[in-house]
Design a protein around this ligand. Structure first.
Ligand SMILES: [Zn+2]
Length: 433
């Protein structure tokens, strides 16, 4: 028993090809992939997928699942259901939970809880320093053994260059990346929006681009000195894109992610959306946005990550200075990227699959990222003809705030298979699984 998915165009991030295929799923793995019309077996549920695009299950290396500690904002159950609805089968969650993910016990709690719910694989990213305080490094070896895939103090920059250098040396010994939230607090403190025209007009203190880029430049130098892999989270300024491009040119092991919101929005959003557009790092100037697009297209910014950061509607209803940073994003990342980059002809669908699945798997040492016989059957079906508005009230996530609310997007996920099970489905059973 299993599924025979017939006639979907399968985007292969490894070859760049997109061919109409039949995909046979048996148990929790892909049993056979062949050109459309060539698999003929009995006893499987046949799903006609003519007109749909099949992608390897998407992978988001930067999400906040909020559990343990903040389950009023999100839980591992709701966050992974949201992931499935967005076409994601693996996510890496950041350690700014309560308690902080700085011990093997918390790492194991998260992976166990995710397995219990069964919507997506959750790979914890462990804290670099205890309590995210920037004072003492955690036990990298023990955290890796418990299942952590990277280290990060995301939400805060590690202010001490000396401690960062030591962390890079230790992460290199473990063969794991450090994911950098780049923020020099002596430059960013008190800021709420990009330090630019909009913040000035609203008389709200700004966060300058150099608060981010000085730390990115510092950590590229430290990665060069240590030979470690440094991964830059949610890159936003033009100057940071240039620094990463230069670091790569010099052969430093620096990789980077960019969010859909930094690719598609600017500081102007705060004028009409208020705190719904408040995020850290902030939405920046139009020149920064253009540089992010260029950097994404030329590969300087390797992958897409959402920085899915749910808060309660009440928290995000506050004024800009009083509201927390961040908004929800995992359920609309694929249609945002499909509309802006594939429909417009800037990227092929196979290249987008590379940036949202295959490359993230490579950078973080995760399984999957491509569809092949014998692999875990993680698959996303996308309908390239579906046009729909973003309706936050329908999100599985407990976070209902996004500056993209109401935006009309093309190319939505319609079914997600995770380890051979249909965990999200809007076409075949006409209901929720
Ligand atoms: Zn961050």
């Amino acid at each position: 028993m299993g599924y025979l998915i017939r006639g979907a165009r399968l985007a292969d991030p490894r070859t760049g090809q997109t061919d109409a295929c039949d995909i046979l799923i048996e148990g929790d793995i892909f049993a056979q992939i062949a050109l459309a019309g060539s698999i003929d077996v009995a006893g499987h549920e046949v799903l006609e997928a003519d007109g749909l695009i099949a992608l390897p299950g998407l992978i988001d290396v930067h999400v906040h699942l909020r559990e343990p500690g903040f389950s009023h904002k999100e839980t591992i159950a709701t966050g992974t259901q949201a992931a499935a609805a967005g076409g994601f089968t693996q996510v890496c969650c950041m350690p700014n939970t309560s308690p902080v993910t700085d011990t093997p016990e918390v790492v194991r709690f998260i992976t166990h809880e995710a397995k219990r719910h069964g919507f997506a694989t959750v790979h914890p990213i462990a804290a670099m320093t205890y309590g995210l305080k920037g004072e003492a490094l955690t036990d990298f070896g023990a955290l890796k053994k418990a299942g952590a895939v990277a280290f990060s103090d995301d939400g805060r920059g590690l202010q001490s260059a000396g401690m960062m250098k030591r962390a890079l040396q230790l992460s290199r010994e473990q063969g794991m990346p450090i994911a950098v939230h780049a923020e020099d607090e002596t430059l960013s403190a008190g800021g709420h929006l990009h330090d630019g025209a909009v913040a000035h007009s609203l008389s709200i203190p700004g966060i300058p681009t150099e608060a981010e880029t000085t730390m990115i430049a510092r950590d590229i130098l430290l990665a060069q000195a240590t030979g470690a892999h440094v991964h830059m989270c949610h890159v936003s300024p033009e100057t940071a894109v240039a620094a990463i491009r230069e670091g790569k040119r010099r052969g430093v092991r620096v990789t980077a992610e960019v969010t859909p919101h930094h690719l598609l929005l600017t500081e102007e959003e705060a004028l009409t959306k208020g705190a719904a557009a408040k995020v850290n790092p902030p939405l920046r100037a139009a020149t920064d946005r253009r540089a992010c697009i260029e950097g994404f297209l030329d590969g300087t910014l390797d992958i897409v990550a959402t920085d899915h950061a749910p808060h309660t509607p009440e928290e995000k209803a506050r004024s800009i200075p009083e509201a927390p940073f961040g908004f929800t994003g995992i359920e609309i990342s694929l249609p945002l990227m499909y509309t802006a980059f594939v429909q417009s002809g800037l990227l092929s669908i196979a290249e987008l699959a590379a940036r949202m699945s295959w490359r993230p798997a490579q950078l973080f040492g995760l399984p999957g990222g491509f569809v092949a016989a014998g692999q875990s059957a993680d698959l996303t079906l996308l309908d390239p003809s579906e046009v729909r508005k973003v309706e936050p009230d329908s999100f599985r996530s407990l976070g209902k705030t996004t500056p993209f609310a109401g935006r009309k997007l093309t190319g939505w996920p319609v079914a997600t298979f995770y380890q051979g099970r249909l965990v999200y489905d809007r076409v075949y059973t006409q209901g929720e699984v």
